[in-house]
Design a protein around this ligand. Structure first.
Ligand SMILES: NC(=O)c1ccc[n+]([C@@H]2O[C@H](COP(=O)([O-])OP(=O)(O)OC[C@H]3O[C@@H](n4cnc5c(N)ncnc54)[C@H](OP(=O)(O)O)[C@@H]3O)[C@@H](O)[C@H]2O)c1
Length: 171
């Protein structure tokens, strides 16, 4: 199972303006995001991301996994393409593999990204870099002791001033 972390960022690596504003993410980026979702067929997100992007999730045509420890959410009835789970990141990857899929899209936010990165579970990082400087907000990952070498595997210039860079994480 290949885990692809996909994030829309400012040029200084922030994913929100303030605590939770991602309204600056462009239409161009949403189209790229949708294309990768269709390609992977499955994605995993943190509970806060699920709630904040409420209008956009669950995404049709893909399995939406939401990681949470919230008992009410874990016990609620969901559409067949939505799974709330308190499994560990490793167990979630196994679950995605058991569904016969080859690529799992990790779509944030910062807390969930950090859980996967800390355990060295991310194979590729795709950044959609937006032409903004944001002074205060959440980062791609939270602070922890880490220095990792990446290999650039692709770069694309998109509309609206975006650059999408894809990196492989050397394990
Ligand atoms: N720019 C972008 O591309 C982008 C993408 C995604 C999100 N975002 C932004 O990121 C913000 C949310 O990020 P965030 O860091 O605050 O929250 P988050 O990562 O979306 O969600 C955190 C929650 O997920 C659950 N969780 C996280 N790690 C877990 C683990 N290992 N096991 C089980 N559950 C786990 C916990 O839920 P419980 O508290 O329920 O246990 C935790 O409180 C939003 O504002 C959103 O707009 C931006």
């Amino acid at each position: 199972m290949k885990v692809i972390l996909y994030m829309a960022t400012s040029i200084n690596g922030l994913i929100t303006k303030g605590q939770d504003d991602s309204d600056w993410v462009t239409e161009t980026d949403w189209k790229e995001f949708d294309a990768l979702i269709r390609d992977c067929g499955i994605m995993v997100m943190g509970r806060k991301t699920y709630e904040i992007f409420g209008d956009d999730f669950p995404c049709k045509g893909a399995i939406n996994i939401v990681m949470t420890s919230n008992k009410k959410l874990l016990n609620q009835k969901t559409p067949s393409n939505v799974i709330f789970t308190n499994k560990t990141p490793k167990e979630v990857i196994v679950m995605a593999g058991n569904k016969g899929l080859k690529k799992l899209m990790l779509i944030g936010g910062m807390t969930l990204n950090t859980s996967f990165l800390k355990e060295n579970l991310v194979n590729e990082i795709w950044l959609s870099i937006h032409p903004f400087l944001i002074g205060n907000g959440l980062r791609v990952m939270d602070k922890f002791d880490c220095f990792k070498r990446l290999k650039r595997i692709g770069i694309k210039e998109l509309g609206e001033g975006l650059i999408q860079i894809r990196y492989r994480v050397n394990k």
